[in-house]
Design a binder for this molecule. Sequence first.
Ligand code: PHB
Length: 399
Amino acid sequence: MNFRRFDWIAAAALVAACLAAPVAQAQDIKIGMISSYSGLNGDIGPVMEKAMKLYMQLHASDLPPGVKVELLTRDDTGPNPDKAKQLAQDLLVRDKVQFITGVIFTPNALAIAPLVTEAKVPFVISNAGTSMITTKSDYIVRLSFTLWQSSYPLGQWAAKSFKRAYTMVSDYGPGWDAEGAFTKAFTAGGGAISGSVRVPVINPDFAPFLQKAKDTKPDALMVFVPAGQTATAVMKGFGDLGLKAAGVKLIGPGDITDDQELDNMGDVALGVQTVFHYSDAADRPANKAFIAEWKKAYGLVPRPNFVAAASFDSMDAIYTAIREQKGKLDTDKTMDILKHYQNANSPRGPISIDPATRDIVQNEYLREVRKVDGHYINVELQTVATALKDPWKELNPGK
Ligand code: PHB
């Protein structure tokens, strides 16, 4: 090779390297979303995905220059910890995602927790609501809710309105939490529990349980089941078995009157009172703006429910971490940013993360199902708790 030719090749290589430099510096950030697209709540996975993609579309220009974000979506098939674990393993090891997010069901979140700890990858939970989940990995941050957050103020409020209540919950983490939180607050406020039952998570026949509840003649029936078709089945049984006609009041955390299912429930849901952090009918400007964008992108079927709101906020937390690090992610810094995340203007009101527990802090609203202009909606009647931390963690410090 003569000298001239060598120079020319070297120069060309340098130019190529310079041209390639911006590309080499650009960050392709992969986010693995695990949710349910089939099985129990198989209709919720698409809602989660729609909310995250809506956020990504609206905030594409907020990303630092050269940063691209890719959402990898996976179907865990419902409450199926083995499947969730395998999906998380593949996302972490093969796809090398920088975040895991999503996850509707508590057992799935618990199965993923040790994997994100080992891989040191932040796990932004956008649904699963059993209080202790966040204690299972230092890499978990929860943007959704806990059942204690809704059911504890529900019990405090119910003690002022009812003398006797019966509790019926799905027999797993969030159900045990809803039962525990409600019972503690309701009895502390002077209420009496007329009976309690735990029902199978999948396909329970509610009739015998509802009949038993009715026989104890409670003033109120407190129910937690996973939002979705299961809640609609409870609601129908409540009407069909004559509890509503007997004057029993149906109450619960807002999962039982999920905005998405209200139209399937129909008139039997009218008057049901719940405590929860999100209603698509809330008239906060940030919620109005969220609903308008959702409507523009997807129409109003499916309705943007609490899972949509939490998924939208989860993506805002992730984008905040990406923006603040200009796209070059360091796990410890990401965790620090996520632990101090706040948004005064979430569709559900002001939210923040409690840095000590990595759990969500938010308002809880008392709501009632009403029919307004031909639509069934959860009308927010009053704020029953402001900037509420997870009460279970407050009552069990160090757990
Ligand atoms: C959960 O498994 O943590 C869970 C699922 C559905 C809900 C609430 C909590 O509506």
